[in-house]
Design a protein around this ligand. Sequence first.
Ligand code: NAP
Length: 309
Amino acid sequence: MNEPVLTLTDLSAWPRPGTHLAVLGYPIKHSISPPMHNAALTELAKADPQFAAWRYHRFEVPPDELPAALDKLLAAGFRGLNLTVPHKVIAFDKVNTVGSAASPIGAVNTLVNEGGAWSGYNTDGYGLRRSILSELGLMFAGSDVLLLGAGGAARGAAVECLQNSVRSLRIVNRTATSRDALLHQLAPLANGIPIHGIDPAHLPSDLPAGLLVINATSVGLRPADAPPINLAALPRPSAVFDMIYNPAETALLAKARELDIPAANGLGMLVHQGARSLQHWIETVTGQPAPPIPVEVMRRAAEAVLAAP
Ligand code: NAP
């Protein structure tokens, strides 16, 4: 069962016994993080009863209330938070310290209560990389990546690509200004890796075969959306990853299936970023290495929510 949607007024019931975590968003009612994390905690409690007292909640917090929410949740003793739309960038300036993955992205999706202050991390890039490895068998190191999009998710993906030594990075985005802004931000991180900006209306004729295509646009969220790129016009890619997981098969993934190109949707990314967040929180609260995080249990819980009418 999903957690009720809470607001800041519900914090009058805190502090409560136990260890409390939450996701903040606006809106939040569609988040599948609570059932995913609570399923993991239930599973972990089978081997270690301390996790029976851990609970992951969800709070609807408008953007202008985020600073107050962070203070109140800290005062209420919350140990960890996830942030989703629209808070990932807003919170970046509101945290005490920022992890190395989050710093060049300028966005945080995970906050950890470290000694009475929030530290910010970004586990989205890890989730993407881990999911591509486990579902498509591909490592970023040495890959030629064709990244679609130049928004927040694309920025995180691009930083993860560069920090993990891709061979080359090509960024395709319809709006030249945001594409160029992203290229400018990435330049200091390139470390010799070639980065190219591409106008989707003018695909270069010399693209290499074997590209790892990653969709980080929002094209595909609506079932009627056409694919954001014509896969058949590319030299055969090695694989296609679509960050979108609802719908489970976008037009891009359907085309990849038709062309017999290995492909995966974004559910694994969501699961692995969540698993990494949970690992952070457990290690901070217990001061011990975390037990293996039950990612398959998390995935099944997420799938059950998505399959529900
Ligand atoms: P965002 O910042 O709003 O960026 C949206 C991107 O999509 C921009 O590059 C935009 O291009 C492009 N776009 C939008 N409509 C388009 C259209 N009709 N044609 C061509 N390009 C279009 O969004 P975001 O936060 O980066 O999220 C992007 C996607 O990633 C979303 O679908 C989100 O659900 C997904 N995501 C998944 C996960 C996961 O865990 N699986 C995590 C994060 C995000 P312009 O610059 O031209 O507007």
